[in-house]
Write a protein that binds this ligand. Sequence first.
Ligand code: DLL
Length: 432
Amino acid sequence: MFFQKDIETMPRAEIEKLQLEKLKHMVKYCYDNVPLYKKKFDEAGFDCSKLKTLSDIKYIPFTTKADFRDNYPFGMFAVPMKKVTRLHASSGTTGKPTVVGYTANDLDMWSDCMARIVTAAGATDEDIVQISFGYGLFTGALGLHYGLEKIGATVVPCSSGNTEKQIMLMKDFGTTALVSTPSYALHIGEMAQELGYSRDDIKLRLGLFGSEGCTAEMRAQVEERLHLLATDNYGMSELIGPGVSGECHLRCGLHFNEDHFLPEIIDPETGEVLPEGEEGELVVTPLSKEALPVLRYRTKDITSITYEKCECGRTHARMAKTTGRTDDMLKIRGVNVFPSQIESVIMTIKEVAPHYQIVVTREGSHDALEVKCEIADESLLESFSALENLRKRVDHDLKTVLGISVKVSLVEPKTIQRFQGKAQRVIDLRKK
Ligand code: DLL
């Protein structure tokens, strides 16, 4: 069992002492080795001796996605290329990808972080784990792969796609754990049912999901279809990939690997650090990275942090499941709408399937939001009044939660796109 007890249950004061030591080292390392940080520090008038306590982190300038873009591809690396053992990249929605590099020590640290997280979630060396993230430049598949190998699990590197074959292998190999996005897990579950697989055919017991947001309601749908315990893990390429934080089997927040990642919550408008428990933007400083050190990275993910010890015995800070990203938020006629709010509503109405699409348009100065959802039961198609009643109900429930009216369109079963990686449910035509 991969439980690094001394570290994972370290008393708070000791964690903070360790973090301060590592942070001091990291700040100097960045200043000495990455021209971007030398420039940032000099411009902000920050020098390393200012760092006396952990709360002095507020004097360190933030790093953003734009810094990666401006220094594409290797400008933020702190080591010569011969020390870089692996490159990954995250597909930017526009333009060039964000490139990230790892030394051999970085890869070891990453595997340790992943091994801790999957162990906390309940994976063991008895598990046969199918990895259904896309292998390649994306950090998800290889990140989980090495962590799971480290704990001695049997890894099946399926990659994403070819869902029918995935399900066949799941049955034939007796796969017990699945690694994927929650939306792909839902698709796998749905297809297994369609193909006539019975509950006994699939032995899954554990889902190690992540890489995209997922409401509690959506998670319940995934669990119901696949009969497993769904756990969540969080990370991002710029910080390392998956392995930043993850849920233990008790699922009351995602434990950070706090000896390697120092989290803060800030007000996204002002950049001020917020107190424990308040919701805001997550900012993370990796404390151990060699190839690509990053200070105070603005993740744009919205969450809150608690420092209370978890019932599982682990003492590292936990973050709540993210409620969205600051750049996910849709401003509709002056009202803030998060896609996760819409998802929560759709998932609780059993007559509609757990698939939806959000389309935002603008006519003149008027924003309109359309929510398309699939009806779950084809027999409804035969009754106009039943359909209309359902549409009105979805409409009413969305209005209650969002505080604005939206257009609800019911569409035929299996007509909304399914996803094999991160789901893209919002089409914002105003940006075109
Ligand atoms: O998605 C890393 C990862 C892979 C995490 C596999 C977990 C499992 P990126 O492609 O760089 O990296 O995307 C990072 O994805 O800022 C979040 O907005 C979102 N994200 C990642 N994990 C979660 C999660 C990987 N558990 C971006 N819940 C992040 C919600 C998540 N959003």
